[in-house]
Design a protein around this ligand. Structure first.
Ligand SMILES: Cc1cc2nc3c(=O)[nH]c(=O)nc-3n(C[C@H](O)[C@H](O)[C@H](O)COP(=O)(O)OP(=O)(O)OC[C@H]3O[C@@H](n4cnc5c(N)ncnc54)[C@H](O)[C@@H]3O)c2cc1C
Length: 409
């Protein structure tokens, strides 16, 4: 029987971050992972989707680059190579992670862990006595009642990673981050994409203007979406939607959210997706830092980012939640010289303020994922708008849009 200060169940971002940080402080730590280190994020989420997105964007950009003087004859892509590149990326990142975990002194056990009684975990045939048990067991894709995953026609975000060729038509159910990113991947590769969303707008959690802008961009790109809609019936490969539309996709990607994997009692804390709160890798990491280092974890200051062209990022209060005491300023991305150089003028930076402080930021733009962090630092540290105006941003950049937009206040 082995004794440890900490036993952590789940080797995703929450689990491996907590494990390494605790081990670095001299605690003895055992990390249990039933599958692969890196969890959903590295193996089935953030990293593989961004690799697909990168390949698809490159292809789509080259296709459209004739107007800037770049053209290819017989431009084509080999989807098996795209998959190979995604696999290589995941493997490289995982290898680096495995090494970092090993070097930090954490003992990793590749078994399903089960808390059998207080301070006791069974994994494989081994029993571990542990002073503090942390549950970081993550989440799994949610199913649509009546239209459960079958791995063939109704796919989850896990199943979709197993496709070996591109469909010609796909129906995506749900337009949160996962649905939008996959819509972009498929659409960039020339696949006909349909989206069915139960809410009134795409990206229902976003600021209303962001949702409307994404709808406009999707329309321009030939993505068909149905709002306030749901699947009524599936007959063979024909999908009947509530609004009377009939679609014949090669398959459906069901992306209606994720639910916690959290059926183990007896742990001292639960972190990451298993909490069922904000299901993002960086929130999981922040929670792990809180447990291991006592750092702060501001739930209302967790940035959301949707990747692809243009990126979407937001933070804080949305326009639809504001009353007349808030002030809103907006800068179109066309105002930035850099956007014209990059041929990437779509989008805006919108800032919501009250009493000289920033309360919400909503960005649709190339490099939105980078820009949002400047606002985050300002918001978390109560840096006033007047103080932000003293900062000199480099030209030509997208970030100088931050300086420009707040000049309007
Ligand atoms: C398609 C997709 C794209 C995404 N993109 C992004 C993104 O761009 N940015 C972002 O921030 N987030 C993204 N996410 C969400 C992100 O992946 C999760 O928020 C993050 O992985 C949560 O980390 P976690 O450590 O809590 O759980 P997970 O990463 O789910 O890790 C949990 C681990 O626990 C293991 N486990 C569970 N039970 C046991 C047990 N009993 N014994 C041993 N091991 C166990 C599992 O095998 C798993 O490896 C995406 C998710 C998906 C599906």
């Amino acid at each position: 029987m082995d004794n440890f200060d900490y036993g952590i169940i789940g080797g995703g971002p929450a689990g491996y971050t907590a494990a390494m940080l605790l081990a670095k402080q001299g605690f003895s730590v055992v990390l249990f992972e039933k599958d692969k280190l890196g969890g959903t994020c590295l193996n089935r989420g953030c990293i593989p989707t961004k690799s697909f997105l990168h390949s698809s964007e490159l292809y789509s950009k080259i296709l459209k680059s004739e107007e800037i003087g770049i053209s290819f004859e017989n431009l084509k892509f080999d989807f098996s190579k795209v998959i190979e590149q995604k696999d290589k990326t995941v493997e490289k990142v995982r290898k680096a992670l495995e090494l970092a975990v090993k070097n930090s002194g954490v003992k990793t056990v590749y078994e399903e862990a089960c808390i059998i009684r207080e301070n006791t975990i069974k994994a494989g045939e081994e029993i571990y006595t542990i002073k503090n048990i942390i549950l970081a067991s993550g989440s799994k894709p949610k199913e649509i009642p009546g239209f459960e995953f079958d791995g063939e026609f109704i796919l989850s975000s896990d199943d979709i990673l197993n496709i070996t060729s591109l469909p010609s038509k796909v129906l995506i159910v749900g337009s949160g981050a996962i649905g939008i990113e996959w819509a972009r991947i498929f659409s960039n590769f020339g696949v006909k994409v349909y989206i069915s969303e139960i809410a009134e707008h795409l990206l229902p959690n976003a600021d209303i203007e962001v949702s409307k802008r994404i709808e406009r961009i999707f329309k321009q790109n030939g993505v068909t979406f149905y709002l306030k809609n749901r699947i009524e019936k599936i007959d063979g490969k024909t999908v009947f939607l509530q609004n009377g539309e009939e679609i014949n996709p090669d398959f459906i990607l069901s992306a209606v959210g994720r639910e916690p994997v959290c059926n183990i009692e007896g742990c001292s804390s639960i972190i990451g997706d298993a909490c069922g709160e904000i299901q993002l890798a960086h929130y999981a990491i922040q929670q792990a830092k809180k447990i291991a280092l006592g750092t702060e974890c501001h739930k209302d200051l967790i940035p959301s980012v949707i990747y692809g062209e243009p990126e979407i990022a937001w933070l804080g209060i949305r326009e639809q939640d504001c009353d007349e005491t808030y002030k809103i300023v907006k800068l179109p991305i066309t105002a930035l010289g850099k956007s014209w150089c990059d041929n990437s003028t779509e989008g805006f930076i919108k800032v919501i303020t009250k009493q000289n402080q920033i309360c919400g930021v909503h960005i649709v733009s190339k490099e939105a994922s980078a820009m949002i962090h400047t606002f985050l630092v300002a918001m978390q540290n109560n840096i006033s708008i007047d103080n932000l105006k003293n900062i000199c941003f480099a030209h030509p950049t997208y970030s100088e849009g931050i300086a420009e937009v707040i000049l309007g206040l």
